[in-house]
Design a protein. Structure first.
Length: 252
């Protein structure tokens, strides 16, 4: 695989890694990644393999998993303020950074059922930094208002929460979130997209600079890490992902 054949998953992992290392954000010393999240996991390993001293707690890891009792320990750590960054997605995400993991239609999501909220509300409110991530970028997912709020993007005055969304990363672009205004600003568009295509594919309103920057492509160094040491770490836990994205398979 050459640099000319950058996969979308590699681009997204590099984007997430840069957001993790954003010097304007609170430091991410301990990052947790939930189940079935290979691209955020790749981003975290990219940060670590680049030499940054971060602790990774990967819930989906098949061996060497630090969580011997599953998510209970993750919630305990988060409640104690010992998780700095988490990733969340949603079947729907709106312009106030609310997420819906329940479903659509009348309660309890009788139209289309999503996986369920699980601990999303707790993690969203108790983690200092949350990066929202969803590969699909469409008006079906990015809506004016979620039909059910699994986890709120902002809270009323006097409601304790440690943090809010830092950004929303999709398969088409990157949005930054301003909790004071409860509003997104388009930060960049990925290769092949422009300001008009993002506006057409987004159901909520947002601010945008003029012109809209292009998302930087992964550097040769980032690609080498992703395709080498990062893939080595991920092969056991995400074999299908590594085979599809990096063309790497576990030895028989």
């Amino acid at each position: 695989m050459t640099d000319a054949t950058i996969r979308p998953e590699e681009r997204l992992a590099a984007v997430l890694a840069r957001l993790i290392l954003d010097p304007a954000a609170p430091p991410a010393r301990h990052i947790a990644v939930g189940a079935a999240s290979p691209i955020p996991a790749a981003a975290c390993w990219l940060v670590k393999k680049a030499g940054h001293p971060v602790r990774l707690s990967l819930l989906h890891k098949r061996s060497g998993n630090p969580f011997t009792e599953g998510t209970r320990e993750l919630f305990d750590l988060t409640g104690q303020g010992r998780i700095d960054l988490f990733f969340l997605g949603g079947g729907q995400i709106d312009g106030q950074a609310n997420i819906n993991l329940i479903g659509t239609g009348e309660w309890p999501g009788m139209g289309v059922r999503f996986p369920g909220s699980f601990g999303s509300a707790f993690m969203y409110m108790m983690t200092p930094r949350t990066i929202l991530f969803r590969e699909e970028h469409s008006t079906r997912v990015l809506v004016p208002r979620v039909e059910h709020v699994s986890a709120p993007g902002v809270s009323a005055p006097g409601v304790f929460r440690r943090g809010t969304a830092q950004a929303l990363v999709t398969g088409k672009g990157v949005f930054r979130f301003d909790p004071a205004r409860a509003r997104f600003t388009l930060d960049s568009v990925h290769a092949g997209e422009d300001a008009a295509s993002l506006r057409d594919a987004t159901g909520f309103d947002y601010d945008a600079p003029e012109p809209v920057p292009l998302t930087p492509e992964p550097t040769p160094e980032e690609l080498a890490l992703l395709r080498g040491p990062v893939c080595d770490e991920m092969l056991e836990t995400y074999p299908e992902f590594c085979a599809r994205v990096f063309n790497r398979r576990q030895a028989a």
